[in-house]
Design a protein around this ligand. Structure first.
Ligand code: ADP
Ligand code: MG
Length: 826
């Protein structure tokens, strides 16, 4: 948490002579009001972070007040510096400076690029914008066509001005040129620049993005900071008593943004506990400066004051405002983000998207569609805003006309063309009001005697004599009481105060516009009709696009369902494959039982347990049983282990089998020899044994073959199992991917549909509103026609009355002429 840095700057006096008895004295960081002979006036002494006297240069102000903020901005902290004070107290001098002593903006721009050069390990992207808030309208000073811009808020960009031109810049000279062209734009078409400067706020904004050059560093982390340099409108109050002691009408017009800034500062200075709701949304200025005032920014305020005694009350007000601002605390932090707002990242993402598109996939087509749709939406939104502002213009024009129509009917259309001397005074009033409205609206007469008023010299752009209008010459400043109370912490209710109506520089309706000008009305109606048709066309187009999108979405859903059923089939197949080892195990167990049965039956035929046939049989039983047990056990193992164990077992069994066979062969040879020796003696026994031997050896071969076949079968099963598993895994991954893709598409499509619905709704509202407008216009036309007819009737009757009256007078005169001589004669 850190406090806002507040400084006060006293500008040099415009004349050397002091008419009054007080003066402001600067002592270190304290400014106090003194009597002319030097005694301080109690209670009028204020201390700040810095107090700069009249000798202080812009360079020193920059060094002590702003430099740190600028450096922090390059490091990623938001920063704001603004100048507050009454007109002609030196705000613009402090911000813009002079040729010999450049101001804060100039120095900040140079310093930013100087710092960037020193930070060679980071790459930077700088964007600048320059705007003006005038009569609560935001105008782009870098692009004259961007007028009446709107403030928006998004998660990624925070609070921003939509449609404001942001120039990407690479050096200080480029920025200074842009600033210069911005100033020219600001002065373009303006008749009284001094008045405008005093009433408008200008905000110069730099967005500084940077990231590490080192590719090993976390490349996604981008620092984005916003630097605002603000020259505020004049903060003067209005005096209730004019020059000749005449009490002025209550000043109820105020500069809304400045009032709202006062309210916000007062609320913020109340301390965290008492704060409550901070009314940032009450004005454009406070909304734009919201982060600078109540949160994540390093902020400094320079309050400029005039030394002349005539300004003493304004100066006190400014110092009270400054004292309150001093209590505000902010909490600035480096803005390291991973958001869309970062242009560097956006560019990277765009490249990535293009690459994806090149690779091609059906999702890309959809993505493109969505992108197109989004652009359309944006376009529509812009057009809607344009239409809205046009409608607003129309409405105002209509109101103006209605006003003049009312006036016209009140005066019976003759107020400016009096027919007799009785209406002379009316004529004077009328002429007076016309001449007043034709003069510059802001050059109202000075109401306060200001013998030593500071004469502000404006920049070269002003074609008028270089003077600032007197503070109380404005209509849009708050009345004395409210303004003074605000400086002391009072929170004004903006709703109860009438704001300055928007002033038009160029598009005033012609002053000779008469209510009977139906041609103009006809054109307007036609124009409105055309706009209505266009809006309807656009709405239909949007509807069509929406339907198309819905159709695509349905197709996608169908495809997804197909994929889901395919995947479930594959899962079943995989389940079957997984069951194969278990079945094989069961099969091996059955085979083993049969085998054991066969062998035990065979063994029961051999009477001599010690005979070689019996030995062989038992050995075969043992081998076979062990073989089957191994098979059974192996089928219950995972595939990889199975293979290893089978190979091992195969090796062991083969060895055992071959040793048994060898044993058998040797015992067989012995048997044969014995048999041959005993052949002559035991002829009957020999036949049986040979028969058994043959049988057993056949059995052995069958078992061998069976074993071999089983091993082969197992191998092929294993391979099949492995392949199926791989296929299942790949299918599962594909399924997951498709599912994700489907979900994201689903989400995007539903978002787009929602937005489309919203836009369609808005369109319909506009169309409805336009229809109402059209109806209103028709009614108006009807009214005008009726009025014209009534007027003609009245005129005709007046004329007939007039001629009747005239003829009566004539006849009376004639009668008198005839009768007089008669009476005289009598
Ligand atoms: P503001 O913007 O507050 O209305 P300006 O900055 O236009 O006031 O100042 C009015 C006049 O006073 C300008 O001509 C300016 O050059 C001059 N001025 C203001 N402050 C100083 C200063 N500190 N030193 C010299 N001249 C100054
Ligand atoms: Mg100024």
């Amino acid at each position: 948490m850190e406090k806002i840095c507040v400084a006060v700057r006293l500008r040099p006096p415009v004349t050397q002579e002091y008419s009054g008895g007080t003066f402001w004295k600067v002592d270190e960081n304290r400014v106090s009001l003194h009597k002319v002979h030097g005694t301080p006036i109690s209670g009028v002494s204020y201390a700040f972070d810095h107090v700069f006297d009249e000798m202080c240069s812009n360079s020193r102000v920059y060094e002590l007040l702003t430099k740190e903020i600028i450096h922090a901005a390059v490091e990623g902290f938001n920063g704001t510096a603004f100048a507050y004070g009454q007109t002609s107290s030196g705000k613009t001098f402090t911000m813009n400076g002079s040729e010999t002593d450049p101001g804060i903006i100039h120095r900040a721009v140079k310093d930013v690029f100087g710092r960037i050069e020193m930070m060679s390990h980071r790459e930077f992207l700088i964007r600048v914008s320059y705007m003006e808030i005038y009569n609560e309208e935001i105008n782009d000073l870098l692009a004259v066509e961007n007028q009446k811009l709107q403030i928006h808020e998004s998660l990624e960009r925070g609070i921003f001005v939509a449609g404001l031109r942001e120039e990407i810049v690479s050096d200080a000279e480029q920025v200074l040129k842009l600033l210069e062209s911005g100033e020219v734009n600001r002065h373009f078409g303006e008749t009284n620049m001094n008045a405008r400067s005093s009433r408008s706020h200008t905000i110069f904004r730099m967005v500084i993005e940077s990231k590490e050059k080192d590719i090993n560093a976390s490349a996604d982390v981008i620092r984005v900071s916003v630097l605002n340099l603000v020259d505020l409108a004049g903060s003067e109050r209005i005096a209730k008593t004019g020059a000749g002691g005449v009490r002025l009408k209550e000043g109820k017009h105020i500069n809304k943004s400045l009032m709202s800034l006062g309210n916000v500062i007062n609320k913020l200075s109340d301390g965290a506990k008492n704060r409550g709701h901070i009314p940032y949304r009450d004005s454009k200025l406070t909304r734009i400066l919201q982060p600078a005032l109540g949160g994540n920014a390093k902020t400094s305020i320079i309050c400029t004051i005039a030394p002349e005694e005539v300004h003493v009350e304004e100066t006190k007000g400014t110092l009270q405002f400054a004292s309150r601002a001093k209590r505000i605390t902010n909490c600035a932090q480096v803005n390291e983000i991973l958001t869309e707002a970062a242009l560097l990242k956006r560019q990277k993402q765009e490249i990535e998207e293009l690459r994806k598109k090149l690779q091609g996939s059906h999702a890309v087509v959809l993505e493109q569609e969505i992108l197109k749709l989004r652009n359309d939406l944006l376009q529509n939104e812009l057009e809607r805003e344009k239409l809205e502002s046009e409608l607003e213009e129309e409405r105002k024009l209509k109101l103006n006309k209605l006003g003049s129509l009312d006036a016209f009917s009140d005066f019976g259309g003759s107020s400016c063309q009096p027919q007799d001397s009785g209406t002379q005074s009316l004529k004077e009033e009328c002429n007076d009001s016309i001449s007043k409205s034709q003069r510059d609206l802001f050059t109202t007469p000075s109401s306060k005697a200001v013998p030593n008023a500071f004469v502000a010299r404006r920049s070269n752009y002003s074609p008028l004599p270089g003077f600032s209008p007197l503070p109380d010459a404005f209509s849009n400043v708050v009345d004395e009481d409210t303004w003074m109370k605000m400086n002391k912490g009072y929170i004004a209710d903006l709703d109860s105060i009438q704001m300055t109506p928007a002033r038009k520089v160029q598009s005033f309706p012609p002053s000779d516009a008469t209510p009977g000008n139906s041609n103009e009305n006809y054109e307007e109606v036609q124009n409105l009709k055309r706009q209505l048709e266009l809006a309807i066309e656009e709405r239909d187009d949007l509807k069509r696009k929406h339907e198309e999108q819905v159709r695509k979405h349905e197709e996608q859903v169908l495809l997804n369902n197909q994929l889901v059923s395919e995947i479930s089939e594959l899962q079943q197949e995989a389940q079957l494959i997984r069951e194969i080892p278990q079945r094989l195990g069961e099969c091996a167990a059955t085979c083993k039982n049969i085998y054991v049965d066969v062998l035990s039956t065979t063994q029961s035929y051999i009477s001599d347990e010690k005979s070689s046939a019996a030995k062989l049989l038992s050995s075969i039983t043992e081998i076979g049983t062990s073989l089957f047990t191994t098979l059974e056990a192996d089928f219950s193992l995972p595939i990889a282990d199975q293979r290893l164990r089978i190979q091992e077992q195969h090796r062991v069994l083969s060895e055992r089998l071959s040793s048994t066979v060898k044993l058998l062969v040797s015992s067989e040879t012995l048997n044969i020899e014995d048999e041959q020796a005993r052949k002559s003696q035991e002829c009957t026994m020999g036949g049986d044994a040979a028969c058994w031997k043959k049988k057993l050896s056949n059995e052995l071969n069958t078992i061998k073959e069976r074993h071999h076949d089983l091993a082969k079968e197992l191998d092929s099963h294993n391979q099949l199992l492995k392949k199926s598993k791989q296929r299942y895994e790949s299918l599962e991954t594909e399924f997951q991917l498709l599912k994700e893709e489907r979900d994201s598409l689903h989400k995007t499509v539903s978002e787009s549909s929602e937005r489309l619905l919203l836009v369609t709704d808005q369109k319909e509202n506009i169309v409805k509103y336009m229809k109402e407008e059209l109806q209103g216009r028709k009614d108006l036309e009807e009214k005008i026609k009726q009025f014209t007819v009534a007027f003609c009737n009245r005129k005709t009757s007046l004329m007939s009355f007039h001629s009747e009256f005239k003829s009566k007078v004539e006849s009376l005169k004639a009668e008198n002429v005839v009768s007089v001589p008669k009476s005289v004669g009598c």
